[in-house]
Design a protein around this ligand. Structure first.
Ligand code: LCS
Length: 393
């Protein structure tokens, strides 16, 4: 079925171009590590690229390929590279595109390990990094150096919910001959398409919204152009951070409902954000759908919805936040996000605990910040749950 002209929700179900030889309605799991050649000449032709054929699952597999083509289509990219986790996607990009002596400018608020691996490990090989509040485009310009090679953006940022202007970043990247890399995990292509806004590479922790059921860890890199795609695919196969066919099947299954899951979670999040903003025990709340969000207008212009992630701080700071987290009964006290279940967590001591105290403070990750990933439960239950927990604070 040609899915090019279908709407987004139809593409989730019919996109990617996989055609099963036996007419299976779903993509089968090719749970194999290797593929037999017809004869020695066929094997040589597959290796030389003269013939398209499967060789070995680390290099390519029909189930994984179906997912790669589907996500690349959803992001309007040239091609997708499926990997074992979101962090495998980060490392495929860093290792694939940065050389000794290069410098990157990155959002100060990013998922903790995306920063930690750069500061603690890539630094060992002479890669430098500068972290700025990328919501301030001037700050990006000021951080550029002659050896800058990449701008690495997370928007909305984990966990501050700061929004970065992707079109402005793309202009800076073009004018300075840099790669623009965007972590689209918090939005998914349902809410934001960075490649359409000028990014060169977009990636996902598919552990989150794309799979959506908190039962798989997975990642995907999508390149806008063929050259970058080939470079990154070669890096992935050499790093050996490929996805497993069963993992790919699970994400394909989860993806079918991406649109309806996000719509529902977003409706819930809007009501919860409204409730929290009016609550007397709340010091501040950041949610892109609230007019009080500092980049509310920018969010409206580059995102197709406000999503289902929010962060807030209680008037009693960390101690009050801990009491809240200890007393919620419907939302799980757990890291991760983007699943059907609501999750609450404390970034300073959990997801961002390895980021230095100074860096956390500069990035706006305060000790009292609580992150709430809204799920698709009945919103009345989620609000009642927060209400009873806030009464205990
Ligand atoms: N990028 C973002 C924005 C993330 O939130 C995460 C994981 C990653 C990359 C890495 O993906 P993974 O390797 O875990 O698939 N974020 C998590 C979080 O906020 N809580 O637990 C994991």
């Amino acid at each position: 079925m040609k899915s090019k002209n279908l709407g987004f929700n139809s593409k989730l179900i019919h996109g990617g171009g996989y055609e099963d030889p036996l007419g299976s309605a779903t993509v089968p799991i090719y749970q194999t590590s290797t593929f037999a050649f017809k004869n020695a000449d066929h094997g040589a032709a597959c290796f030389s690229g003269e013939e398209a054929g499967y060789i070995y699952t680390r290099i390519g597999n029909p189930t994984i390929g179906a997912l790669e083509n589907l996500v690349a289509e959803l992001e309007n990219g040239y091609g997708g590279i499926a990997v074992g986790s979101g962090m495998a996607a980060v490392n495929t990009i860093y290792f694939g595109l940065l050389n000794q002596g290069d410098h990157i400018v990155s959002s100060a608020a990013v998922y903790g390990p995306s920063r930690v691996v750069m500061e603690q490990h890539y630094s060992r090989f002479g890669v430098e990094s500068t972290y700025v509040n990328t919501a301030d485009t001037e700050a990006i310009l000021k951080a550029l150096k002659p050896n800058t090679r990449m701008i690495f953006i997370e928007t909305p940022a984990n966990p501050t919910m700061d929004i970065t202007d992707l079109k402005a970043c793309a202009k800076i990247a073009r004018e300075n001959n840099l790669y623009l890399v965007v972590d689209n995990t918090f939005c998914s292509p349902y809410l934001q398409k960075p490649l359409d806004l000028g990014a060169d590479i977009v990636f996902h922790s598919m552990t989150k919204f794309l799979n959506g059921h908190a039962d798989i860890v997975a990642g995907m890199v999508i390149a806008k152009e063929e050259g970058l795609y080939k470079k990154l695919r070669s890096m992935m196969t050499n790093l050996g951070c490929n996805m497993d066919p069963h993992q790919a099947y699970m994400v394909i299954r989860g993806l079918k409902t991406l649109g309806i899951r996000i719509e529902r979670a977003q409706q819930n999040a809007i009501k919860i954000a409204d409730y929290l903003e009016k609550h007397p025990k709340i010091e501040w709340i950041k949610y892109p759908g609230l007019k009080s969000h500092p980049q509310y207008e920018l969010a409206r212009s580059q995102m197709l919805g406000s999503g289902s992630m929010l962060s807030f701080e209680l008037k009693g700071g960390l101690e009050a936040g801990k009491r809240l987290m200890d007393n919620v009964k419907v939302a799980l006290l757990a890291v991760s996000l983007g699943g059907v279940e609501s999750l609450i967590q404390h970034p300073a001591s959990m997801t961002h605990s390895k980021v230095s105290a100074e860096a956390k403070l500069k990035a706006g990750i305060t000790d009292g910040l609580v992150r709430y990933a809204v799920g698709i439960e009945d919103v009345e239950d989620l609000i009642d749950d927060l209400d009873q927990a806030l009464a205990m604070v």
